[in-house]
Ligand binder design. Sequence first.
Ligand code: PLP
Length: 344
Amino acid sequence: MKYLTPGPVQLPKMVIDAIARQPQFHRTDEFRATMRMVLEKLSKVYPYGQPIVMPGTGTFAVDVMVYNYIEPGDNVLVISMGEFGERLSDSIESRGAKVIKLEYEIGGAPSLDVVEDTAKKYDNISAIAVVHNETSAGVTYRYIEKLQDVAYSVGAILLVDSVSALPAEPIKSRVDVIATASQKAFLAPPGAAILYVSREPRAKTRIPPSMDLTRYLKGIHIGDTPYTPPINVVYGLDASLDYILGMGIDQYHAVHRERAYILYTGLKLKPVPRDPYLWSYTVTAFYTEKGAGYIVRELKKHGYVIASGMGRYKDSIIRIGVMGDIAREDLEKVVEVVNSLVDQ
Ligand code: PLP
């Protein structure tokens, strides 16, 4: 079976080989050296913040970001373009903050002007939060760098969920805090939550020790972690970052764009994002009148796993991921099969 899903993704062979080993004891110089190496490589794919690797899911990474940078009672402007925007908003509310939501119908996204005007309407916004790539809609918000400027201009910090974007989708300048995870465009197995922070955690209210970034930052320069790290996922990241950096980060971005365009130009289906500028190059999403369940089942017969939509779009949208170790021929085959189903 070949997996063209929103993640976890198909791993390169060198990553599978790297994880198949005994985990070292993490309180040793050997493992600390590996961790330092992985942090160094993580800094090469996004050089504007301190990377932190901890055990956990993408959801956990987002919660950690929220709990370390938002306080109960804060006013937070959340841009929600779908299912994961809603989850981000839930996380922020669970922290006891007040959410001011800019909510968009599926396929849509706000202009920077709208965000700026809304942020300026309230004089006490402490953070703006956004999902970089809205995986449920195949929408990439490509104004992250400018959104950081908007946040500065209103005295807020910017929190970004980039779980299904980095490092296949670039962020080209400094962002306050980014939450991501190992199992999508980082090409490693699930199990590591990854954060990039470029400012000190600001929460004064106590948070659970497992989420406390100050504890993680304490020994990071020597590759130490406060608790047991996801050791074999770290080995996977060591290899997958070699794979990505070996290709070159610009080429890595280009490869995803090219793969996505095979689908955008080949499929006889309408992309969910309304504006081509929002087309995701990591997880594509298309409307279908044939029933997503039917298309997913038929593709499986040909050896391909893709995803249906989420929530109320479960049967009206298909999602095809282009991250991972996949070949051009696989995408072309998927186009051929899906188009033949559409034509029936
Ligand atoms: N945020 C985004 C944008 C995602 O795409 C996902 C997973 O698909 C998550 C968060 C949650 O990640 P996880 O399933 O690892 O908790």
